[in-house]
Design a protein around this ligand. Structure first.
Ligand code: PEP
Ligand code: MG
Length: 580
């Protein structure tokens, strides 16, 4: 028996036989060439890139026929990387100056890209190196005369292990027969991990060297809850994991039965529990998990990893797919929340020293009004089909809000002029995730239809703790008194102006915080689909009156640790009372 550790990329436990999919590194040898051979090698490189492009285009059409147009932007991303002239020019330069073969030069180019990407602070962007790696592997295969293969047959139940498993590969899997995915590269925010979660497929990623150790057909257990892969388990381990799997599935199954139950407290107070989504599949999942609509659609996914922004029609298609998936419930579409460096590749954008405080979110949108209006028009057009709310991210004050609303008004006029229908009463809200917005909440509340607190960023900016810096994770405290005071102030400002207070940060999905958020008076909590049922379960066991007392009690303490201790004691007390 052997145990490998990796990243718990998608929850669930699966047991089965391993199938190694050779998406691994193509064996490449580097050798020196003569001066006369330089042109030939550059020609081979260009031909391999062209052949790979043709293969990808054909894969794209095949997938479009069988799986529809959704997510084909993953292939688009690979096509764009292939089209990047730097890949050819840098590799050709290495062929010329180092006098080596095309394969060796391409590997060296990849190595340089890896070094560059490793310096990127943003983990999401840093992980995009996996897209570049995938593309380079395809080109290397092409040079070796290997095509971009469809996945081998999946006619019996298997667990797939691969060096890399691209999103395009994910789209080809037979959901009935593939039980889990193991990869050597990639992380929690990779597109493959996102798709695995959307497809509810257990996945462990970043398991270094696993495909080199194992043989096809070996028995494995993939524990996507803890991020471990157990190979050839002994009987005791097998039994333990089987029990854990059954327990996990039993709890999930029992919880799913509660999906239709209303999100209502014991004393009859109801709030909206909604889902946070990034891709179309998640819309259905939100409903299956008992969510009453989408409280946050992170539209960034559509815009990332590409040189050109999606046009209005492409956006409309994506938003409409999501709207149809969750109809008749409301869909809250957040306008683009990305940093300038994420988007403006190829537009000579200067890299920012501190992107978290840079041209992010609404600041970026306001700096490219024509692109912003495209997004607004696409959202408005979907509003003709069902309830849609527009939400602006990272609003720091009235001026930004008014500028965003002015562009929204222009977008509406443009649609009116072209006779395009939309909901003229579409609701407009702001995310409260910058301390300035908390301070100005009373003013902002007069000019919007709802607030949604983004605690992920609000905690980061209030406590000056980088949310992605693991070394500071202990100091990233949702129960910090400064955070709780901010939340209370936001709810009071919203209710003072007669608008709902929503919360869509990760804090919403943690059952421990539910009594506090309920007690503070939040009207809506939005979280990942998988978290909704657990939060609803706690909500249905609370009374609003008790939650309000618990929330009030939190303000008697002056540190997050004290608040947490108090909160846990209150919950333990409630459980003990309910048993008595
Ligand atoms: C937040 O900041 O809490 C939020 C929901 O937005 P994101 O995590 O996308 O920044
Ligand atoms: Mg945010």
């Amino acid at each position: 028996m052997q145990t490998f550790s990796g990243i718990a990329a998608s929850p669930g436990i699966a047991m089965g036989r391993l199938r190694i999919i050779d998406r691994s590194k193509t064996a490449v040898s580097e050798y020196t060439i003569t001066l006369e051979a330089v042109c030939h090698e550059i020609g081979r490189l260009a031909q391999a890139i062209e052949d790979t492009r043709v293969e990808l285009e054909s894969l794209k059409s095949r997938l479009a026929e069988t799986n529809g147009e959704d997510h084909l932007f993953f292939i688009e991303t690979h096509l764009m990387i292939l089209a990047d002239k730097r890949l050819v020019s840098e590799t050709s330069e290495i062929i010329k100056t180092s006098m080596i073969n095309a394969e060796g030069a391409l590997r060296r180019t990849l190595h340089r890209y890896r070094e560059t990407f490793a310096r990127i602070a943003d983990p999401y962007l840093r992980e995009r190196i996996s897209d570049v790696e995938t593309v380079v592997e395809k080109v290397l295969r092409s040079m070796n005369g290997e095509a971009v293969e469809p996945l081998p047959n999946q006619d019996c139940q298997i667990i797939i292990a691969a060096h890399d498993f691209s999103p395009a590969d994910m789209l080809q899997i037979n959901r009935n027969n593939v039980l889990a995915i193991i990869t050597e590269i990639g992380g929690r925010t990779s597109h493959t991990a996102i798709l695995a979660r959307a497809l509810e497929l257990p996945a462990v990623m970043g398991v270094e060297g696993i495909t080199g150790f194992l043989l096809d057909g070996v028995s494995v257990i993939v524990d996507g809850l803890s991020g471990t892969v157990i190979v050839d388990p002994d009987q005791e381990t097998f039994q333990t994991l089987l029990y854990r799997k059954q327990h996990y599935e039993y709890v999930e199954y029992e919880l799913l039965k509660t999906a239709p139950l209303p999100a209502i407290t014991l004393d009859g107070h109801s709030i909206n529990l909604r889902g946070n989504v990034e891709i179309a599949e998640e819309g259905t999942s939100v409903l299956e998990h008992g969510g009453s609509g989408v409280g946050l659609y992170r539209t960034e996914m559509l815009f990332m990893n590409r040189v050109l922004m999606p046009d209005e029609e492409e956006q409309l298609l994506a938003y409409r797919t999501m709207q149809q998936a969750i109809a008749p419930h409301p869909l809250t579409i957040r306008t683009l929340d990305a940093g300038g460096d994420k988007l403006l590749e190829g537009r000579d954008q200067i890299a920012e020293v501190n992107p978290a405080l840079g041209v992010r979110a609404i600041r970026l949108s306001l700096s490219i009004p024509d692109e912003f209006k495209k997004q607004l028009r696409a959202i408005l057009r979907v509003s003709a089909d069902g309830p849609v709310r527009i939400m602006f991210p990272m609003i720091s004050g009235m001026e930004e809000l008014r500028r965003a609303k002015a562009l929204l008004k222009e977008a509406k006029h443009e649609l009116i002029a072209s006779g395009t229908p939309f909901d003229s009463k579409v609701q407009v809200g702001v995310m409260i995730e910058i301390p300035a917005a908390v301070t100005l909440a009373d003013l902002l509340a007069r000019e919007v239809d709802f607030f949604s607190v983004g605690t992920n960023d609000l905690i980061q900016y209030t406590l000056a703790i980088d949310r992605s810096n693991e070394q500071l994770s202990q100091m990233y405290q949702p129960l910090h008194p400064a955070v709780l005071r901010s939340l209370r102030r936001v709810v009071q400002a919203a209710h003072g102006a007669g608008i709902p207070a929503c919360l869509c940060g990760e804090m919403a999905g943690d059952p421990l915080y539910l009594p506090v958020l309920l007690g503070l008076g939040f009207d809506e909590l939005s979280m990942s689909a998988g978290a909704i049922l657990r939060v609803k379960q706690i909500l249905r066991r609370c009374t609003l009156e008790r939650a309000a007392r618990i929330a009030e009690g939190c303000f008697d303490f002056s540190t997050a640790a004290e608040v947490e201790m108090y909160l846990k004691a209150q919950i333990t007390m409630d459980v003990a009372e309910s048993i008595d």
